[in-house]
Design a protein around this ligand. Structure first.
Ligand SMILES: Nc1ncnc2c1ncn2[C@@H]1O[C@H](COP(=O)(O)OP(=O)(O)OP(=O)(O)O)[C@@H](O)[C@H]1O
Ligand SMILES: [Mg+2]
Length: 285
């Protein structure tokens, strides 16, 4: 069965994500100066995304970071500096002042923790227009009417179910890509950073696939249990850990759902967050 697909800015989801990745190196300045901006403060990286008013990808900047853990900001000053650098980087590339953004937090994040995300963004010069629920943001891109969405990030596994395009339930569990790396580190007797590099090297896919299968099975079990009352048949999986070798097969087997993983799954939530921003006219620099 082919995955459901709803074009964004005239592009099917896969082509859209390819175009967005391309904007890391080749930013495009919008002729009308109108932008939508999204900031994703993640456990593994911080991503700033700029889209055109119709949602077309314009620019993307990303920095690896360990300033957030399980959706909570651990290093406020470090997070602010990264956000400032990303904003400045894209402002310079686009020649536009970026001063407003949307952000997102994992489902179930308390108000105080969500407020910390907001303070980080605002201290970095990006006024927060809205704080979205992460799976809701991701689904702004995917446009799934009925089904589940799982976001396997660096630190957490978030999931949500949609009915008639509306969020009906969501949850977040502290198991993510870091746990895959921990298992590799333990098995190979190497430090976590080495295990992390080993994990994402395509040349190691066979060994990595075998080592991480039990963790992916556990994530599948968490998803199946969490979504048991949601009456869904299909599940889109996004987030960087969806790139782990064997993820699609293991998750399909464990959950019994039709599982779809788009290309560049780690860009779905960042793009969705920006799609949630109302277009605004950015001042020329
Ligand atoms: N090719 C790959 N194979 C396996 N894992 C990968 C690959 N590429 C990235 N990852 C993992 O994806 C995770 C990062 O994903 P993502 O960018 O979605 O996280 P995040 O949004 O920063 O975290 P979170 O949403 O949990 O706060 C990291 O653990 C990283 O190791
Ligand atoms: Mg994330």
């Amino acid at each position: 069965m082919p995955p459901p697909d709803r074009p964004t800015a005239g592009l099917p989801t896969a082509a859209y994500l390819e175009a967005l990745l391309d904007r890391l190196k080749r930013p495009v300045r919008p002729a009308d100066g109108v932008v939508r901006v999204g900031l994703d403060l993640g456990t593994a990286s911080v991503v700033l995304t700029v889209l055109a008013s119709d949602g077309a990808p314009l620019a993307l900047a990303r920095e690896e970071a360990t300033v957030v853990r399980d959706g909570l900001v651990l290093d406020y000053a470090g997070a602010r500096q990264i956000c400032q650098r990303l904003r400045k980087n894209l402002e310079d590339k686009l020649g536009l002042r970026l001063d407003r953004t949307t952000i997102a937090v994992p489902s179930g994040t308390g108000e105080r923790d969500a407020a910390t995300h907001r303070y980080v963004s605002e201290a970095a010069g990006l006024e927060v227009e809205a704080v979205l629920d992460e799976p809701v943001a991701a689904n702004l891109l995917l446009g799934m009417a009925d089904g589940a969405l799982a976001d396997l990030g660096g630190g957490t596994t978030g999931a949500a179910a949609f009915k008639d395009g509306r969020l009906v339930m969501s949850f977040d569990e502290p198991t993510g890509g870091r746990h895959l790396s921990l298992v590799i580190a333990g098995n190979m007797g190497v430090p976590l950073e080495k295990a992390e590099a080993y994990k994402i090297d395509p040349g190691n896919a066979r060994t990595v696939g075998a080592l991480v299968a039990p963790v992916l099975s556990k994530m599948g079990g968490i998803l199946k249990k969490g979504l048991r009352d949601a009456d869904v048949k299909e599940m889109w999986v996004v987030g960087g850990t969806a790139l782990a070798p064997g993820a699609q097969a293991v998750l399909a087997r464990e959950t019994g759902f039709d599982v779809f993983i788009p290309p560049h799954p780690d860009l779905v939530t960042p793009a969705g967050i920006a799609l949630g921003c109302r277009p605004y006219k950015a001042e020329a620099l």
